[in-house]
Design a protein around this ligand. Structure first.
Ligand SMILES: Cc1ncc(COP(=O)(O)O)c(C=O)c1O
Length: 387
């Protein structure tokens, strides 16, 4: 597990998380943007280095080895089978979501999302000139569930598209088979399209098991799933993702649609990244999940022991903690400013839902040492408001 506890400086590497910080960043530790701060798997590093050694980096394409890597991974890890025709390589999940709404959303002027949720979900809908319909998740005992009654009303009112996030960013929920089945049943009843962003699907804490909505594709053809190596293997900079559509006719139509949008299908290092990650880095991934499980346990106990008023949402998947600091009665902006003074950067809750102004999102994909520094800084901030 030593690889996950290595502290390698990412400063001055053109890193969004560490370098794109306003003001004096010399003593700042970011716990913000969802990528990890430890090195990727050795096996991936080796494959990329091997490719770098060949000094011609021309146009490249996803060959059979690329598709086989995804087919085998999907069967082994996600419990459903696909073939090459079901896979559409793309260069980013958000880009793919934007175009999927454009292509499959012809018959709807709105899209349902489940806040609090990853903020670009709002913009990909609005930029398609469609309305955002909020089917807010319900919260009880720091645990989020879906509101099916409201979802049905919204579908009945005419929304024909649901944009799911599973595992859910920022709440860390991993939806169960039964939960997803209810959504699929409603989508069938109201003929709605399901887009499921499953970018975090490889990152499972404890014994949680991931269920893809594609497991229901034999019952409902209008399903598109979005995956990537970026979060799972710390390869976000390679900008490589895949859309998986079980219905071959819909897959072919979407592939053709993207061709006319001039969306390229990968870059030389992204293609190598996919093959090496899925073919050689499974053991690393499982170890990462153990490391992240430990980090989350530490974080949860830290707040339970020292700051029990902080609501720690139960993260089941992802490396994101969703913390309710609402008891402080402080605005998001102030909280973020104060935390920056303490030396850390987090993401403010209102990005994910305007109702979540007392929340912060805290990324714990880092070494134990860095995690402790971050939690201690958070603790110092909270100490100022202890009664
Ligand atoms: C749920 C979710 N979808 C998509 C993305 C970004 O994907 P990409 O960089 O492939 O556009 C993220 C990154 O944080 C995410 O959390």
């Amino acid at each position: 597990m030593r690889r996950f506890n290595r502290n390698i400086s990412r400063k001055n590497t053109g890193c969004v998380k560490w370098d794109m910080i306003e003001g004096d960043k010399s003593k700042i530790i970011p716990f913000s943007i969802a990528d990890s701060d430890y090195p990727t798997a050795k096996e991936i590093e080796k494959c990329l280095k091997k490719r770098v050694k060949h000094p011609i980096y021309g146009y490249s394409y996803p060959d059979d080895e690329y598709f086989d890597a995804i087919i085998n991974w999907t069967k082994k890890r996600y419990n459903y089978t696909i073939d090459k025709d079901n896979i559409i390589p793309t260069n980013g999940v958000v880009t793919s979501l934007y175009y999927a709404i454009k292509h499959f959303g012809d018959n709807t002027d709105s899209v349902i999302i489940q806040p609090p949720v990853y903020n670009p979900f709002y913009s990909v809908i609005l930029d398609n000139d469609k309305k955002v319909v909020k089917n807010r998740l319900l919260k009880e005992n720091n645990y989020y569930t879906m509101n099916y009654v409201e979802l049905e009303e919204q579908l009945k009112a005419g929304s024909k598209m649901i944009l799911l996030c599973n595992p859910q960013n920022p709440t860390g929920r991993v939806f169960t088979y039964q939960e997803l089945e209810k959504v699929v049943d409603l989508a069938i009843k109201y003929d709605a399209f399901i887009l499921s962003d499953e970018i975090h699907c490889d990152i499972m804490l404890d014994s949680n098991e991931f269920v893809s909505v594609n497991e229901f594709a034999d019952r409902h053809s209008k399903i598109a799933v979005f995956t990537s190596i970026s979060k799972s293997f710390g390869l976000a900079g390679l900008k490589t993702s895949n859309v998986i559509i079980k219905n071959k006719k819909l897959a072919e139509e979407f592939r053709e649609f993207l061709r006319h949008k001039y969306i390229s299908f990968g870059n030389v290092f992204g293609l190598t990244g996919v093959k090496s990650a899925y073919n050689h880095a499974e053991e690393w991934l499982d170890k990462q999940n153990i490391h992240l499980t430990r980090n989350f346990k530490y974080l949860k106990e830290f707040f339970e022991t020292n700051y029990p008023k902080v609501g720690v949402t139960k993260t089941e998947g992802t490396f994101l903690a969703w913390l309710d600091l609402g008891y402080l009665g402080m605005s998001c902006v102030k909280m973020q400013e104060e935390l920056k003074k303490m030396g850390i950067i987090i993401n403010e809750g209102r990005r994910y839902d305007e109702d979540c102004r007392g929340y912060i999102r805290f990324n714990f994909a880092c070494s134990q040492k860095q995690l402790k520094l971050g939690l201690n800084a958070l603790g110092e901030f909270l100490d100022q408001y202890k009664d």
